[in-house]
Design a protein around this ligand. Structure first.
Ligand code: NAD
Length: 324
């Protein structure tokens, strides 16, 4: 197949490109590098089945005939989507329309990367796909949450009105190599702080919970859903729940760090708990995550160490330039 991955230079998108290439597909990655990086796809530079197109998907574009469209472009971390609020709303609306139009034009199958954020600060726990969510439509996170909820609606509309063969994936907190160092998400924050010997910042009392899915598990779930005929949303995430404080202690253990833990006020609309109910993925896709948090953190450590070195070298370079 010739496959389009929007957002393919991002964290999850680049791992998806790798997995699709490993299955012998041709991959066209369209990305404007807003939050992604060429570093994530540098290893594919000489891969003849891989093509990178630098393009804003909020503008109309056409990459020629494709058999599958994976729409993964979107700022995804709170730091990114709060900085790029309007772009985030646009990529869920305009960007979704453009990618759906391509799928319609070429008769391609379609997958939307949606999110657990569709459930907002959930009143139901764990979250099943049938739960409609509890989202503040005007809060600071709404640019992301509502953008994805709109994208889901657009996807279903193209299915109903234009008969596009669609799938909706609800990703829960995913981590691993290539996760941006400065994205403000729990794992990258803690790993960076622990490896630098800085205090680990816990927001609130640290009793709020999260579940973390290692990226190879997530990608396996994505591939299985892509081959399925399930058209309603499917949660793909790890259901094992940790308090933020437990996670901090695990990071300290894995990195052998002696960093202390400090506490800061909870940001507005920060969900108190988040855990996927993955019965649907288990039953219909035969999928469940295999990598536990401790193993996943170990597998990610080398990447985070390198990312810190690159960041420090860049900072030192900038300081030198300023001094000159
Ligand atoms: N990582 C997670 O835990 C998680 C959780 C839920 C949902 N998701 C979803 O998965 C997808 C990928 O997330 P990620 O964590 O890899 O984030 P990321 O920021 O690493 O990747 C997103 C990519 O989209 C690109 N992009 C953004 N706007 C664009 C535009 N207008 N045109 C072209 N490219 C654009 C960025 O440059 C980046 O490469 C997103 O849709 C996100 O909402 C991720």
């Amino acid at each position: 197949m010739r496959v389009l991955v929007t957002g393919g230079a991002g964290f999850v998108g680049s791992h998806l490109c790798d997995a699709l290439l490993a299955e012998n597909h041709q991959v066209v990655c369209v990305d404007n590098l807003l939050t992604g990086s060429l570093r994530n796809i540098a290893h594919l530079k000489n891969e003849p089945r891989f093509e990178f197109v630098q393009q804003d998907v909020n503008q109309p574009y056409d990459v020629g005939p494709v058999d599958y469209v994976f729409h993964f472009a979107s700022p995804a971390s709170p730091v990114d989507y709060m900085e790029h609020g309007i772009e985030t709303l646009k990529v869920g609306s305009l960007g979704s329309f453009h990618s759906l139009d391509l799928a319609k034009k070429y008769g391609a199958k379609y997958m939307l990367a949606s999110t657990s954020e569709c459930y907002g600060d959930p009143l139901e726990h764990p979250q099943k796909e049938t739960y409609w969510g509890n989202v503040n439509t005007i809060g600071p996170r709404s640019v992301y949450d509502e953008s994805k909820r709109f994208a889901e609606a657009a996807t279903m509309a193209y299915r109903r009105y234009h008969k596009v063969d669609t799938r909706i994936l609800r990703i829960f907190n995913t981590y691993g190599p290539r996760l941006q160092l400065n994205d403000g998400r729990v794992i990258s924050n803690f790993m960076k702080q622990a490896l630098r010997g800085e205090p680990l910042t816990v927001y609130g009392d640290g009793k709020q919970t999260r579940s973390f899915c290692y990226v190879s598990d997530e990608v396996e779930g994505i591939l299985r859903l892509s081959r399925s005929d399930i058209h309603d949303p499917v949660n793909i995430g790890n259901p094992v729940e940790f308090t933020i404080l437990e996670c901090a202690h695990l990071v300290l253990k894995v990195t052998a760090s002696r960093s202390p833990i400090t506490y800061e006020p909870l940001p507005q609309d920060d969900p108190k708990q988040r855990r996927p109910d993955i019965s649907k993925a288990r039953e219909l896709l035969g999928w469940e995550p295999k990598i536990n948090l401790e193993t996943g953190l170990k597998l990610s450590m080398e990447y985070f160490q390198q990312a810190i070195e690159i960041q420090d070298a860049a900072k030192a370079g900038r300081q030198q330039t300023v001094a000159v």
